[in-house]
Design a protein around this ligand. Structure first.
Ligand code: ARG
Length: 461
């Protein structure tokens, strides 16, 4: 039996099933970098504060560097029976440096140690997500730039409503991903708080300097309350909420691409590299990547729900339940990172089909609002203008023609205010051009949105 580090008062070994049930080494070994960085910061601080000698601190740091090298080279032997990443690393450290290894854990508990490790990990991953979100927003900006002149039906209730530019449509998604990026930035303020020094729960009697540890791991703040420090997982919950919103945004975009790739729409051609065929129906090209991304959104919501549920019944302070916080985050991280980055690559390769979008514009009277606004601008109360336009649409529908195919006389039958200039007003390009107010689909506001997005992206670099 490998002696447990906490084995002093125990006479019997844990049952094998219990050892397997309680261990976290199989998944928390992913935190080895953070664990070693935190331990090096802690050892250095203990030396600087005189809790151990500076020679001992240097010896611990040297040993920890060797452990890191062994893990990275694959030489490190992970032991399940040592429970978790922390004890695996500390045990090997002690083998390397001898009894001084036992001093590393002075003024520290695994409770504040694991909280720091996890915070460091979440912090690093959120930065990676932010990088990918910015890249995705950049791809959307590039595609929008190409399609400033491309028009398609904008929808409400999934029904064609008014013409918009494809640029405006794509930039709507860029706004979502920009907010996701900013939301992560806000979340990171609460992730980057060092809990080290809270020890088991009550703080420590040793004269240590938590701020030094925080500074050396790159966190701007230290804990305010030792009990909160070891029992708080809000930072991970917030990260999972941010992840859920990112996936929700991606899933909406996927849903849209699935529709657009359907031959009934035909607005996009999915790149071969991002779709698959059917094993039985030779004509099919399936939007599997989009479907899977939409499906994987459920996993990420699941991770958030999992951790919320894990936390809801926990009295102060650390409870072992909290060991269950890591796997949901790891799984969500893998999903979010892959999804954002695949979406960026897929959008780059996507082929838009403006001719089909154009054809769709000519079905469904998308310029009806233009006629109503035209009459309203000439002084007719908007409700009456709306009514007159409705009647014109009914006539066009009956004749199976577009609104602009009605003759001037026919249109004047609905309102004497209609004149020859109405035909220019009914053109889709004109309808888009007239939406010149900030944030609208007109070329001016679209160019302004693009410039603003580019300036934001440039500031990030
Ligand atoms: N593996 C544990 C976890 O992930 C480390 C902390 C253990 N603390 C304790 N008091 N047993 O939460």
């Amino acid at each position: 039996m490998t002696t447990k580090m906490w084995g002093g008062r125990f006479h019997e070994a844990a049952a094998a099933s219990v050892e397997e049930y309680t261990q976290s080494e199989s998944f928390d070994r992913a935190l080895y970098r953070e664990d070693i960085a935190g331990s090096k910061a802690h050892a250095t601080m203990l030396g600087a504060c005189g809790v151990i000698s500076t020679d001992e601190a240097a010896e611990l740091v040297r040993g920890l560097d060797q452990v890191l090298a062994e893990i990275e080279s694959g030489a490190f032997v992970w032991k399940r029976e040592l429970e978790d990443v922390h004890m695996n690393i500390e045990r090997r450290l002690t083998e390397i440096v001898g009894p001084v290894g036992g001093k590393l854990h002075t003024a520290r508990s695994r409770n504040d140690q694991v909280a720091l490790d996890f915070r460091l990990h979440v912090s690093a991953r959120l930065d990676v997500w932010r990088g990918e979100l910015a890249r995705l927003a950049g791809v959307l900006a590039d595609r929008a730039e190409e399609h400033k002149e491309t028009l398609l039906p904008g929808c409400t209730h999934m029904q064609a409503a008014q013409p918009v530019s494809l640029a405006q449509h794509l930039l709507a998604y860029a706004q979502m991903f920009r907010r996701d990026h900013e939301r992560l930035g806000d979340c990171l303020k609460r992730v980057r708080v060092s809990p080290l020094g809270a020890a088991a729960l009550a703080g420590t009697t040793h004269p240590i300097d938590p701020a030094q540890v925080a500074a050396s791991v790159g966190f701007p703040a230290t804990f305010a309350n030792s009990m909160d420090a070891v029992s708080d997982r809000d930072f991970a919950l917030e990260a999972l909420f941010c992840a859920s919103v990112i996936m929700m945004h991606l899933s909406r975009l996927c849903e849209e691409l699935i529709l657009w790739a359907n031959p009934n729409f035909g607005y996009v051609k999915l790149p071969d590299a991002y779709s698959t065929g059917s094993s039985i129906m030779p004509q099919k090209k399936n939007p599997d990547v989009c479907e899977l991304m939409r499906g994987k959104t459920g996993r990420v919501y699941g991770a958030l729900t999992s951790l919320l549920t894990i936390m809801k019944g926990l009295p102060m302070t650390y409870n072992r339940d909290m060991q269950e916080d890591k796997e949901p985050f790891f799984d969500a991280d893998k999903t979010v990172f892959a999804s954002v980055s695949i979406m960026a690559d897929m959008l780059k390769a996507l082929e838009f089909l403006p001719a089909n979008m154009r054809r769709a514009l000519d079905r469904g009277f998308l310029n009806a609002t233009e006629l109503a606004d035209y009459l309203a601008a000439k002084g007719l109360p908007f409700r009456e203008a709306h009514h007159a336009t409705g009647a014109a649409v009914a006539l066009a529908e009956k004749k199976s023609v577009r609104l602009e195919d009605l003759s001037l006389e026919e249109l004047r039958g609905f309102s004497a205010l209609v004149e020859q200039d109405v035909f220019g007003v009914l053109e889709h390009e004109a309808a888009v051009r007239r939406r010149a107010l900030a944030g609208g689909t007109g070329p001016g506001p679209v160019a302004a949105q693009l410039a603003n997005l580019r300036a934001w992206l440039a500031e990030l670099d």
